[in-house]
Design a protein around this ligand. Structure first.
Ligand code: AMP
Length: 218
């Protein structure tokens, strides 16, 4: 099965985790705009410097910047079989630009999976989240700790807490989601692309729910 898929949901809904699991299962490129930006920040590139100003406050990076990033990324050959977008689009103008970019490439979206998780749960997940500095793998200090504290199971990289996973910034990111990104649910529902999935429970259970929906739709 090959699909062109968007994973949507508020911060902490499990987009990164499910995108990695689905990417392995479907053998497809996982495109996380957050990971792309964090890599640019690490390299101190002009894009990274611009993005960091917004990311540190929990705000969105401007649409024109993000649209350029995704247009370049979708042209890479690893996206040919299919792609999983995690964290893009986050605004209606980004969704419209994505439609245009895909049309230019002669491709189209198959499905938009939206993971639903209550706000209290999102705050618990995000405030305990740890991210690998090297490979981006995700852990949680209580729900999914690494075997050795502070060290990635996959690559032995150093685990850290993202600046924007501090509690005051988490609250702003959830507000930004409700204001800017949640309207996309209606955008995709109207195009008959939306699959809403319960994002609570274990990661394998959530993956099974997603795969079942994909099989029913495609
Ligand atoms: P994420 O890893 O998806 O939670 O993204 C982390 C941060 O990167 C967000 O809080 C935004 O500041 C920025 N970002 C990632 N993707 C986008 C996007 N599509 N549009 C605007 N900003 C983004």
């Amino acid at each position: 099965m090959h699909v062109n898929l968007i994973l949507m949901g508020p911060p902490g809904a499990g987009k990164g985790t499910q995108s990695a699991l689905l990417g392995d299962r479907l053998k497809e490129a996982c495109i996380s705009t957050g990971n792309i930006l964090r890599e640019e920040v690490r390299r101190k590139s002009p894009l990274g410097t611009e993005a960091k100003r917004h990311m540190d406050k929990g705000e969105l990076v401007p649409d024109d910047v993000m649209i350029g990033v995704i247009e370049d990324r979708l042209r890479q050959p690893d996206c040919d079989p299919g792609f999983i977008l995690d964290g893009f689009p986050r605004t209606v103008p980004q969704a419209e630009a994505l439609d245009r970019a895909l049309r230019t490439l002669g491709r189209r979206l198959d499905v938009v999976v939206s993971l639903a998780v209550p706000n209290e749960e999102l705050i618990k997940r995000l405030s305990g989240r740890r991210t690998c500095r090297e490979c981006g793998a995700l852990y949680h200090i209580i729900f999914d700790p690494p075997t050795n504290a502070g060290i990635c199971n996959k690559c032995n990289g150093d685990l850290y807490q993202r600046d924007d996973d501090q509690e005051d910034i988490i609250v702003s990111r959830l507000e930004v989601y409700t204001r800017e990104t949640a309207p996309l649910l209606q955008y995709y529902r109207a195009r008959n692309l939306l699959a809403e999935i319960d994002g609570t429970g274990g990661r394998e259970d959530i993956l099974a729910r997603i795969v079942e929906r994909l099989e029913n739709r495609l």
